[in-house]
Design a protein around this ligand. Structure first.
Ligand SMILES: *[C@@H]1O[C@H](CO)[C@@H](O)[C@H](O)[C@H]1NC(C)=O
Ligand SMILES: *[C@@H]1O[C@H](CO)[C@@H](O)[C@H](O)[C@H]1NC(C)=O
Length: 775
């Protein structure tokens, strides 16, 4: 180093060591964690003052519970089962079989680092997040004497109940389990010891979990067991040993970044309508994907569709195997993209049959089993072979050529002093005080300087809340930001409720564990307008963050005033739920954009008729990643891509409103060309699930687009005619569609408003499935 350099180096070091008061160097670029080595996760040590605003006794009901406050020891010796379950069930909670759902008793159950021995299941009640120390994930150690369904059970069977369970599996919402090691190795290898019984639905997640299981030959351990439900997202998990890593059946799911080592079967799937697996690593197993297939009717439903992108499989004799051969017709669709095999004898095989694709040490670029369509041809080409590959714009890929992904940020290295509580800053979160000004002040003061923590609560706002570039926002057990009042009522003058960045803003924004909601009537609310653009991949994103419209305490859109079939336009919850504007980009993982079809607080899932004009509108030029997203029951469309480009989507899930075609869309809203509404011909009497106009390089890698009713009648399911068309692509767009499953629509895909792919040609269980459609 030359002398001059030494001087400038010293000067730089001095300026680094002397922070400028009031303007930390990290402002705007994300909080740089300063937690001391060995310090607990900030979530453990912050002031715990979250409330459940609509609980009957909000002043005494505790949202945050530390298992150690309930007597858990965490030394690996004491039996902590009772203490952990006491922490979960404290207060009046929703469980036991007598409560189907409620939004009024949420809980965050926190586990400091340690080893918690359990002898029977930890029962995760409705609306519960189980969170371990993100810095040193605690171990849940199943004792040798362990008995019961699983170490964590999200939907217990009622003993002697003839299969009855605590919750309806398709309505088992709002669950998350994070940051654990689940260790089954002390239990007998011959026992069907299970890590997690995860029979759940939308707005659920598993993340950062390691399952340790027996490696004895013939052992019966399993990491995850899921027999049905309607998910959901899960990711960032490692399964070591076991008979099964994941044993799964559920309508649809998105799985990202899972690794299986030394198991018999990495993933066994009993049934589904469509699952997408993104980033799967399997080492030293016997079979990576073992799929039960062959059931072509609702009653015999087996695996409808599995789509795998970016997999690395090594030293495993079989990559994918079906139980029944697909000979000339569907029996389980398979879609493979960018699959790397190392010492894998069979790439795709059938039990007892010859290989369909032999393995070795090879890369499979794009391969499919099932019906392949292109352009406007109505004729399926049954394929077991190479299928057209999508164009993958490099902006969507990471440095190794995989679809980019970003884990739900947990800010493990942030110090307590770097977290600012919105309640400490004057916001009330009680569901009635107008918190607009208090929240705006928090963002204006601390965006980019502090981690902005929304203590549990419902924060009522009456005007636009602006979340500026640089903001990192974390909720507690899904803190709710709820807009209401006169500002949001006029559909002819729609108003933004939460505005993320201004058009043209560059920077990061990260939002997790938040719910955006409205208080009705709110026919003019644009619930979230997303303008932020980040030059960092995934710098602008939301994780485990949902838009929930109506159907929950405080929304005024409930079974009492908006009963099923009531057709009251005052039961409107939104003009548009989520708008990705032209200059924005976004990474959304596990985002559920739901206009409620039933009242979660009615004690028994009573259906309601409420209205939300539009689901997700993207005009973004990208990159946009929609990983495990859903949009349901909006009047005009669930997803609308207009002048959009560079989107990766897997899996997207939709449902059409149950009341349609009475009235037919756009009623009770009117079309608004400023928001690029699709037009509705006289024959289009139900919402579009997906509509794509003038867009480029959109990749849909898994879709489940469902229509279950016609004016609340389900007779149309039998004839697959609940609606005629639901997925339209105009002739000017370049889109690649894989693993498309639909329910009860006559046409699965349309071009320029004309039905192209008939569902009847692709029946594959309850749903119809197409392996790929390209131009
Ligand atoms: C869920 O799956 C289990 C196991 O396959 C089955 O016995 C049960 O009937 C299913 N329940 C529902 C409601 O579909
Ligand atoms: C995948 O998950 C593992 C386990 O949680 C984690 O260590 C790793 O960083 C994740 N990788 C990606 C690309 O997200």
């Amino acid at each position: 180093m030359r002398a001059l350099d030494v001087l400038s180096f010293l000067a730089a070091a001095v300026s680094l060591a002397t922070p400028v008061i009031g303007a930390p160097a990290s402002c705007g670029t994300g909080v740089a964690g300063t937690a001391a080595p060995g310090a607990p996760y900030w979530l453990e040590s912050i002031k715990h003052q979250g409330i459940a605003a609509f609980n009957p006794t909000p002043s005494s009901y505790k949202v945050f519970r530390n298992v150690k406050d309930y007597g858990a020891v965490g030394d690996g010796v004491a039996d902590d089962t009772a203490a952990i379950n006491a922490a979960i069930s404290d207060g009046v909670r929703c469980g036991g079989g007598s409560c189907d759902s409620t939004t009024t008793s949420p809980a965050v159950v926190y586990f400091p680092k340690g080893t918690y021995k359990v002898t029977s299941p930890i029962i995760a009640y409705y609306y519960t997040q189980l969170i371990g120390d993100a810095r040193t994930p605690p171990t849940l150690l199943a004792d040798a004497s362990f008995t019961g369904m699983a170490v964590i059970d999200a939907d217990p069977y009622i003993p002697g109940g003839n299969g009855a369970q605590w919750y309806v599996n398709q309505n088992n919402f709002f669950r998350s389990v994070r940051n654990f090691v689940i260790d089954l190795r002390n239990t007998p290898a011959s026992a069907t010891s299970t890590g997690i019984h995860w029979q759940v639905s939308q707005a659920t997640s598993l993340m950062n979990i390691v399952f340790e299981m027996s490696t004895a030959a013939g052992n019966a351990h399993q990491g995850l067991w899921m027999e049905n439900g309607s998910g959901g997202y899960m990711g960032d998990m490692v399964f070591n040993g076991g008979k099964y890593g994941m044993w799964v059946g559920n309508q649809q799911f998105t799985v990202r970044n899972v690794t299986m080592n030394n198991c018999d079967t990495a993933i066994y799937s009993i049934w589904n309508w469509g699952w997408t697996f993104q980033g799967v690593t399997v080492n030293n197993c016997k079979v990576a994907f073992d799929l039960m297939t062959g059931g072509l009717t609702q009653d015999t439903q087996t695996v409808g569709s599995v789509a795998v992108i970016d997999a690395f499989i090594s030293n495993t004799p079989i990559f994918a195997r079906s139980s029944t051969a697909s000979v000339g017709k569907l029996a389980g669709a398979l879609t493979l993209n960018n699959i790397h095999l190392t010492n894998v004898a069979t790439a795709v095989g059938v039990v007892g049959g010859p290989d369909l694709l032999s393995g070795g040490t090879v890369t499979i670029a794009s391969w499919g089993q099932g019906n392949v369509f292109s352009g406007t041809s109505q004729t399926a080409k049954f394929t077991q072979g190479t299928i057209p590959a999508p164009n993958k714009p490099s902006v969507l890929l990471d440095s190794t050529g995989r679809i980019f992904s970003k884990t739900h940020p947990q800010y493990a290295d942030v110090a307590v002093s770097q977290v600012v509580s919105v309640r400490d800053q004057g916001a009330k979160g009680d569901g009635k005080t107008d918190d607009t000004a208090a929240l705006q002040k928090v963002f204006d003061t601390f965006a980019g300087c502090k981690l902005i923590f929304f203590d549990a609560g419902t924060y009522y706002i009456t005007n636009t809340l602006k979340i500026p570039a640089g903001s990192q926002v974390v909720g507690e057990g899904w803190s709710v930001i709820m807009g209401g009042g006169s500002a949001f009522q006029d559909q002819n003058n729609p108003k933004v409720m939460v505005q993320v960045g201004n058009a043209g803003d560059e920077g990061i924004v990260e939002i997790s564990d938040i719910i955006f909601a409205t208080q009705g009537p709110a026919a003019g609310a644009i619930v979230v307008e997303w303008n932020i653009h980040s030059n960092q991949q995934g710098g602008a994103g939301m994780w485990d963050t949902h838009i929930r419209l109506g159907g929950a305490a405080g929304t005024n859109l409930l079974a009492g005033n908006c009963p099923s079939g009531s057709q009251n336009p005052d039961c409107s919850a939104a003009f548009l739920a989520l708008h990705l504007t032209p200059q924005s980009n976004a990474y959304l993982e596990g985002t559920w954009v739901w206009l409620a079809d039933h009242d979660l607080d009615s004690g028994g899932s009573k259906q309601i008729t409420a209205f939300s004009g539009r689901g997700i509108l993207s005009e973004s030029a990208g990159p946009v990643w929609l990983i495990g997203t859903g949009s349901e029951h909006h009047t005009l469309y669930q997803y609308n891509f207009f002048n959009a480009a560079n989107h990766y989507m897997g899996l997207i899930q939709t449902e059409t409103p149950y009341y349609q075609p009475v009235p037919a869309p756009p009623a009770p809203f009117s079309s608004n060309s400023a928001y690029h509404d699709p037009t509705f011909s006289s024959s289009q009497t139900s919402a579009w699930a997906v509509t794509i106009t003038n867009s480029k390089d959109l990749i849909i890698f898994g879709a489940g687009l469902y229509s279950f009713y016609s004016n609340y009648d389900q007779a149309c399911l039998d004839t697959t005619t609940c609606q005629t068309q639901l997925f339209n692509i105009d002739s000017g767009s370049t889109v690649s569609v894989y693993a498309l499953s639909t329910v009860a629509t006559t046409f699965m895909l349309s071009v320029n408003g004309q039905g192209v792919i008939p569902a009847s040609a692709n029946v594959n269980g309850f749903q119809s499935t197409v392996t790929s459609w390209t131009r």
